[in-house]
Every structure is written in C-alpha cells, then in structure tokens.
Ligand binder design. Structure first.
Ligand SMILES: Cc1cc2nc3c(=O)[nH]c(=O)nc-3n(C[C@H](O)[C@H](O)[C@H](O)COP(=O)(O)OP(=O)(O)OC[C@H]3O[C@@H](n4cnc5c(N)ncnc54)[C@H](O)[C@@H]3O)c2cc1C
Length: 504
C-alpha cells in the first residue's frame, strides 16, 4: 500500500534504510527519495560493527571485494577489553564473535566457570576457549580455507563516511532519488500524520511513509511528532566523546580494543589506512579539555597537530520507533553508547523488522505495537549488557569507576543474571528463562563475567577433584590451534580483496 517514501537524513542509517527498502520493495514499484542537507552533514563516526553487518551486505548482494577496499575496511573477530578489571590475571579479556567450533570448546568454558564459582581452582579465563580470540591474537583473518567445514561470525571496521558514500551510489543504482536540501518545516494533517516536509526553498516533499534518519536531532519523530525520549543516563553515564585518528599500524589486528581510562574508555579501531581512536566519557566527571589531554597522552600526541573532534551523545531510546506514518531509524530512534558497536545492528533490525511488520499486517495497530515492543526489548537488552561492564568493574582509582560499581540502577533482568552468577547458579538456564539469548548469547555473558574475574579470590580456591577438572585445557588449546591452521593472515585476506576488486 505504500507508494512513496521520503527518508530524511543521509548518514549511514538513512542510506542503509534506503538500500534495504529499495531492494525489498522493488517489486511493488515503491518510489523512494532521500533528502539530506550537506550543510548539516553527518556525524561521521561509527567504524565498528557486529557480525550482523555481513548479513546486510549479503542481503544487498554486495561482495566484500566490492565494498571493503572502497571503504578501507578490515575484519573484526571481536573486542578486547583492557583495564576494566583490577583482579589479578583478569586485567584484560576478549569478547569473541561466535564460531561453530565453539560448540566443542564453549561447554568446557561454561563448566569451568561454574565449578570455579563454587571454589575449584580450574582455568576459567575466556581467552583460551574461543577460535575468534585465537585468530585476533595471531593476526589471522576470519575467512577460512574453503575446505574448512565450519562457519565463523565476524564483523568489520570501516571508514563510516566512505560506507555512506558507497551506499549512496548503490542506492542510486536501485532508483533512490537524492535531494540536497535543509528541511525547515514538517506539516501534519488533521489526524497528526505527517503530510509533507518543506525545504528551505518551500519545496514540498509528500509521501505515505516518512523515515526519520536525521540523527540526534530527531526532526520528524521527536520534534514534529513529539514522541518522548527515554534517557538511559541513570546507568550509562557517558555523554561525550573526543575523536582523533592516528596513522595505520604495521599489523592490522582484526579486533577493536576498548581500554578503560579515568572517566570512560577509549577505542582503537584499525582500518587499512589509519587507526580510529576515540575517548567516550562522562562530562559529569571530566571536561572536554581534560578528556582530550588524556587521550593525547595515551596516543603520544600531546604536542602534535592532529584533527580532533568533540561530540555530544544522547543516550537512550524513543518510547516507540514507529509512530503514525513515521519510522525512526539510527540516532534519531536512540543510541546506546558504542562499547559493543551495536548501533548499525539496531538500524538493520529496525528496518527489516518494520518491513516484515508492514508485509504482515500493513499499518495495523497490532503490527505496530508488536514492532515497537520488539525494538524496545532489543534496546533494553543491549543496554543491560553494556551496563553490566560498568557495574562489575573493579577499578577504584576514580570517582567515575567507584560510582559505576556502586550504581544500583539496574533492570530486573540484569539484577537476576548477576544474582545467578554470584549465587553459583546456571547462567545459561537463566538466559534461556529470560529469553534474552537472541540478543547476547550465554557465551557473551560468560565472557564478560568471567573476563572481569568475578570468581572467589585465588586464596579462596581449592585444587578440586577429577570432577572439577573434567576438561583438559591442553585438549581445548590443541583443538583451537588446529582449527586456526585453516586461516591465513589478516593482511593476506585484505590483500586478496584488493586483488579481487581489480578484476571485478
Ligand atoms: C562517539 C560515537 C561512536 C560510535 N561508534 C559506533 C560504532 O563503532 N559502531 C556503530 O555501529 N555505531 C557507532 N556509532 C553510531 C553511529 O555513528 C550512527 O549510528 C551512524 O553513524 C548512523 O547515524 P545516523 O545516520 O543516524 O545520523 P547522522 O550521521 O547524524 O545523519 C543525520 C543526517 O540527517 C541530516 N539532517 C538532519 N537534520 C536535517 C534537516 N533539518 N534537513 C535535512 N537534513 C537533515 C544530516 O544532514 C545527515 O545527513 C557511534 C556514535 C558515536 C557518537
């Protein structure tokens, strides 16, 4: 029934939405126009993804050799967290993306976590149990030799401006019209639906459906339709970021590194041509100048002239993401700070979930309510996983970390998960009971809680009997290192893409 769609905003969210809908609804001859203002520009950060982004490019039938070299992209097998915990032996750990061979090693990890929480002195640091962790440590890329019969999830690092440009060109091929203009007015009809947008030159842009991808401004959904914004600041303190690139490293590690600093954390994202760095922090604890100085110190850039950007972040979500004839996608619908690089994942889920809802029930209240509930659940699940990083930190060096560790503003879901872990219960069963494994699986929760060393202290542990030592670590390590023989170096895999691109 939708004949015409206007998308407001040409950041990554706008162009992803345009591409997905232009492809999905091509058979219905839906007309799509994207309007953006080059004077306003895009946020231009957001350089890491979850494995979900691969399914976006697969869905669009865009080969890695086509887009990755064009966007200086690299592979990502997970995230290394450094200095979030002060527990000896647990100062850093890796959160791996899932791989099929984990089916063999993860049960050993879960078991060891379980008995260690009960006081047995078994190995329970996550780093030795997952293939993706091994690949990152040894600078191996995530694409196996063709005879390796198992799947491996992986994400990407990329230049977000170049991805936007790439997607803009691709959308044009699918027939999406592009208008460069500032929207100055949003006109509503008598029922409160958006009837048309007005550009600064008074050009009207009418449509059946409007997609708000206007970034933090939320021009349609927040400013015009007045959908309330639910702030997450009671348990996610960070509201600011400072960003500073550095030159590329010799080794391109297929991982994001998230290192805790005085009042937040810094990211390190290796691209082919540079490293993306940024410090995400709370302005209640640190001024912009102090954050910049701390980041410069960390990067050895104290008196060097480098491009620096300061950004504010609005952290939370809309009460509902689809209101009247408007769908909000991207920063306009909400943002959870980028610790797990989940924003584009949420963009994809929102657009695909919306398309499904429309195909199932069109503009019915029931489909709309189901859709809004499901996106809200996803936002809250991601929020809880991120909040947990702060709540279980064991740093005591600054007020910021002490306040985070003492913050009891937790959802019931997170509170119950933590109770199960600390009480020696079965975490996997609790995740199943709460039906939240589709957001973060049991392995992710185990990695987080074990990775921070949330166990009895070393002097409280006892050697344990044969039952406690059911799994031999050398067998696990052997298995993973043998699996890894099927992977070439990350650098080689990136060079292969360039070679393939040249013959395309
Ligand atoms: C510090 C930081 C780090 C991040 N890291 C990650 C990460 O690692 N991974 C990840 O997935 N995400 C990350 N994100 C989120 C990511 O940057 C965004 O989700 C992504 O860039 C999409 O943004 P957007 O398209 O919603 O908004 P924007 O990029 O802000 O685009 C908004 C668009 O709306 C247009 N616009 C606004 N108002 C008007 C108007 N009145 N008229 C016409 N046009 C208008 C602008 O011109 C622009 O085209 C991060 C965000 C921040 C702040």
């Amino acid at each position: 029934m939708i004949k015409k769609i206007v998308i407001l905003g040409g950041g990554t969210a706008g162009w992803m939405a345009a591409n997905i809908l232009a492809k999905r609804w091509a058979k219905y001859s839906v007309e799509i126009a994207l309007v953006e203002s080059s004077d306003i520009g895009i946020i231009g950060v957001g350089e890491g993804s979850t494995p979900q982004l691969k399914s976006f490019f697969d869905y669009m039938e865009i080969a890695e050799a086509e887009w990755m070299p064009a966007c200086n992209a690299t592979y990502k097998t997970g995230i290394r967290f450094c200095n979030w915990s002060t527990k000896p032996g647990f100062e850093n750990y890796f959160h791996p993306f899932p791989a099929q061979p984990d089916d063999y090693s993860a049960p050993a990890f879960f078991y060891n976590c379980f008995v260690r929480r009960k006081g047995a002195d078994v190995y329970a640091h996550p780093d030795k149990f997952f293939l993706a962790t091994y690949l990152a440590k040894h600078q191996l890329g995530p694409k196996p030799a063709h005879h390796f019969p198992f799947q491996l999830g992986y994400g990407y690092h990329f230049d977000s401006s170049l991805v936007g440009l790439f997607l803009k060109q691709h959308a044009a091929k699918l027939g999406v019209a592009h208008i460069d203009a500032r929207i100055t007015e949003v006109k509503l009809d008598a029922q409160g639906y958006i009837s048309h947008l007005l550009t600064e030159n008074q050009q009207p842009l009418a449509a059946d459906l409007f997609i708000d991808c206007s970034g933090f401004a939320g021009v349609l959904i927040q400013q015009a339709l007045k959908v309330p914004f639910i702030n997450f600041s009671s348990n996610l303190f960070n509201d600011s970021a400072v960003v500073m690139p550095t030159s590329a490293a010799m080794d391109i590690t297929p991982q994001t590194t998230a290192t805790a600093l005085n009042a937040g954390w810094m990211w390190n994202i290796p691209l082919v041509n540079r490293i993306g760095n940024g410090y995400v922090y709370s302005s209640n604890y640190l001024s912009a100048d102090m954050a910049e100085t701390e980041l410069r110190q960390k990067l050895n850039l104290l008196d060097k002239d480098v491009p620096v950007r300061h950004l504010k972040m609005k952290v939370g979500r809309l009460q509902h993401h689809w209101a009247k004839n408007c769908l909000a996608v991207g920063l306009s619908q909400g943002f959870i700070e980028p610790l797990e690089a989940t924003a584009l994942h949420l963009v994809q889920e929102t657009v695909l979930g919306f398309a499904e809802a429309i195909e199932l029930g069109d503009f019915t209240d029931r489909e709309q309510a189901n859709f809004n509930r499901s996106i809200n659940q996803r936002f809250e699940a991601v929020r809880d996983y991120i909040v947990c990083h702060y709540r279980v930190n064991s740093r005591t060096d600054t007020q910021y970390w002490r306040d985070n560790a003492n913050n009891n503003s937790l959802s019931d879901s997170l509170r119950e998960l933590l109770q199960v872990w600390v009480g020696g219960g079965n975490l996997t069963q609790e995740i199943e009971r709460q039906k939240i494994g589709c957001y973060y699986p049991s392995a992710s929760w185990h990695c987080l809680l074990a990775g921070y060393g949330l166990f009895p202290t070393q002097d409280q542990l006892l050697p344990g009997n044969e039952v406690a030592h059911k799994y031999k670590m050398e067998n696990i390590e052997n298995f993973i290192s043998r699996c890894a023989l099927n992977f070439s170096s990350h650098r080689e895999q990136l060079n292969d893409l360039v070679a393939k691109q040249q013959v395309m």
